[in-house]
Design a protein around this ligand. Sequence first.
Ligand SMILES: [Zn+2]
Ligand SMILES: [Zn+2]
Length: 220
Amino acid sequence: MASEEQQPQQQPQQQPQPTKRRNRIGTKNKDLYKWEPTTYELNESSYATQEYIQDRIRMDETNIDAILRAPEGHDVNVWLYEQIRQFTLELNHFSVLFKDICNQNTCPKMKATDDWLFLCASHPAIQECSAIDYFIHTLDSTSATLNSEKLFPKRMEIPPSSAKQFNSIVRRLYRLFAHAFYHHRELFNDFEAKTQLCKRFTQFGKDNGLLPKSAIIIKE
Ligand SMILES: [Zn+2]
Ligand SMILES: [Zn+2]
């Protein structure tokens, strides 16, 4: 399973000094991540957007509008890129929950109801993979795409030609939710009640024209 870095390196001695963004050893659970959110303008590191999004998730992960609203004047493609990175990270956590209940026997094909069969595009030629393999392959290939030096050489400057990748990434990632919804409803409902990740992801896809109406197959 791919992992992505979460925490930026501390910049040495910059003014003004923000609260240290670090959980000290021995910090009680309830006190974890209790630093002040950074103001976007104050934060000049190339992780500024990632921090901005993660701060809002930490404050209230169900406040979808706050998490999805870009700071004024923010570069659109950098914003979309960082949101998709964050979704990929959270979907990696989501996929771990499937390891005991979704396997070659329970879900030999990647389906959402019997109407939809999704082929895995993470291979030289698209092929049928089991649902859990589809999860792993899709998350791994998404991380590889987002970390590609060639497509995304700089985090704060996204070439328009590379931004074209966003559509297919979002469409494929959405299918993870669709499989969960139609085949592992209890797990989906539990996770969604806590995180509202599917709701946020769908909203993000719709608002930015990355998820066509016809692709949205989760109807509650
Ligand atoms: Zn399954
Ligand atoms: Zn595959």
